[in-house]
Write a protein that binds this ligand. Structure first.
Ligand code: GCU
Length: 361
C-alpha cells in the first residue's frame, strides 16, 4: 500500500494546512504541467478518503425529450428531458432545460435541486434574461438523501463505493453530456452550481469533470469550500463544533454522503471535536485548487456560521498560489455577502456577473 493510502492514523501530521505546491516526495511544484500531475494524485486522495470511486464523468448517456412546452409567457422553450445512464441505460432521471431558442449557442448552468418543485420564477427569468440555459434536476432521483438507503444510481453501478455527494456530482456530468450535444449550448461554457449539500456536489462535479468551465458552490461549508482543520464565524477562529460543522459531525450525521474511509477521520461522538484531521493529506483549500486552472466561484453568507465563513476565506487564500501558478489568478473567486444560509438573487447575480467575465460577454 502506498503511504498516502495508509489508514489515517498512520499518516504524518501536518502543522497547518498541507502544502499544495509540494509533491509527496517533498519536491516543489514549479510548472503548470507539474501541477496537472500533482492534481491527479490529489484527486486520488480525495476519492480514497472522502468521495469514494465512481464511473467516468463522460460515461455514455441517452437523452429523450419527454415534454416540450413554451414557458415564461412564450419567451422560452422548456424541455423535460429524460436522461438514461449506466450499463444498458437502465438508470434514468428527468431534468428541466429552459432556454431561448434564438439560434445562438449559449452558456449552460447545471443546478442540483432540493425538491421537485424546480427553480423559482426569479432565477428562471434572471438566468434566461442574461442569455444562459438553465438545466435543473432533483438529486434524489439518483439516490435518496437518507441514511442506509441504496438508491437507483447504486443499483445501476453496484461496483462503486461512492457516497451521495459523488453520485449527485455525477448527475451534473450526466446533464453535461446531454447539454454539450445540443445545438443551443456552447460546450465550452458549462457551469455547475448548487446550494449547501448541493454546493458540495457541485464542487465535486467541478473537480471530477473538466467539462465544467465554472464551478459554483453556494454555501457549501464542510466537505465543500469550507475547512476541516479550522472552524470559525465571521468574527474569526473559534474551533467550536457547536457553531461550525466539523468533519466528525458531518460524518456522523450524514455518513451516506461519503465513503466508508471518511468515517475514520473525525470524532464521531458529540461534541464532534477534532481527531485525525491534522493527518488528512488535503483540506478545503485543496478542493478549491483541484478546479484550477478552470474557474471557481464560491459564494458564502457571512452569518452562515455553520458553513464556516472563517475557514472558507482561509481555504480560498491558501488555494490562490495554484491559480497564480496556472496563470489564472482571477479564477479563484470568493463572493462574501451579508446574510444567512441561502442561494438568493444576490448570489445568482454575482455568479452571472462572474460567468459573463469568464465567457467574455
Ligand atoms: C446541514 C449539513 C450541512 C449542509 C446543509 C444543507 O446543515 O450539516 O453540511 O450543507 O445541511 O445542505 O442545507
Amino acid at each position: 500500500m502506498s503511504r498516502e493510502f495508509a489508514p489515517i492514523e498512520a499518516l504524518p501530521e501536518w502543522n497547518g494546512l498541507p502544502p499544495l505546491l509540494t509533491d509527496e516526495d517533498g519536491n516543489e511544484i514549479k510548472t503548470p504541467a507539474q501541477w496537472m500531475n500533482r492534481r491527479e494524485a490529489l484527486i486520488r486522495l480525495v476519492e480514497h478518503y472522502m468521495l469514494g470511486q465512481g464511473p467516468a464523468f463522460d460515461a455514455p448517456i441517452k437523452g429523450q425529450v419527454i415534454k416540450s412546452e413554451r414557458a415564461l409567457e412564450g419567451q422560452a422553450q422548456l424541455d423535460t428531458v429524460r436522461v438514461f445512464y449506466g450499463p444498458g441505460f437502465q438508470g434514468h432521471f428527468d431534468m428541466s432545460v429552459l432556454y431561448k431558442d434564438d439560434g445562438r449557442k449559449k452558456p449552460a448552468i447545471t443546478w442540483s435541486l432540493f425538491s421537485y418543485t424546480g427553480p423559482c420564477p426569479v432565477e428562471r427569468e434572471l438566468v434566461l434574461e442574461r442569455g444562459y440555459v438553465l438545466c435543473s434536476f432533483y438529486r434524489e432521483q439518483m439516490t435518496p438523501d437518507a441514511p442506509m438507503k441504496t438508491g437507483p444510481a447504486q443499483a445501476v453501478y453496484p461496483e462503486y463505493d461512492w457516497g451521495a455527494i459523488r453520485i449527485w456530482a455525477f448527475q451534473h456530468s450526466l446533464a453535461a453530456s446531454y447539454l454539450t450535444a445540443q445545438p443551443y449550448v456552447n460546450p465550452d461554457a458549462l457551469v455547475a452550481t448548487g446550494h449547501s449539500r448541493g454546493g458540495k456536489a457541485a464542487l465535486a462535479a467541478g473537480i471530477l469533470d473538466p467539462r465544467f468551465a465554472v464551478t459554483a458552490p453556494n454555501n457549501s461549508g464542510c466537505g465543500g469550500c469550507g475547512n476541516f482543520r479550522y472552524l470559525g464565524t465571521r468574527d474569526g477562529l473559534t474551533q467550536d463544533p457547536a457553531l461550525t460543522e466539523s468533519l466528525g459531525r458531518i460524518a456522523h450525521v450524514f455518513p451516506y454522503w461519503w465513503n466508508q474511509t471518511f468515517q475514520t477521520i473525525g470524532e464521531l461522538n458529540p461534541p464532534h471535536g477534532f481527531k485525525y484531521e491534522s493527518r488528512l493529506p488535503f483540506d478545503g483549500h485543496t478542493l478549491r485548487a483541484l478546479v484550477a486552472p478552470r474557474a471557481l466561484f464560491s459564494s458564502e453568507g457571512l452569518d452562515d456560521a455553520w458553513a464556516n465563513p472563517y475557514g472558507s476565506q482561509l481555504s480560498c487564500k491558501a488555494a490562490q498560489p495554484v491559480f497564480d501558478l496556472m496563470g489564472v489568478p482571477q479564477n479563484n473567486r470568493l463572493f462574501l455577502r451579508e446574510g444567512p444560509h441561502q442561494f438568493g438573487e444576490t448570489d445568482w447575480r454575482a455568479l452571472l456577473d462572474f460567468c459573463d467575465q469568464q465567457f467574455s460577454f
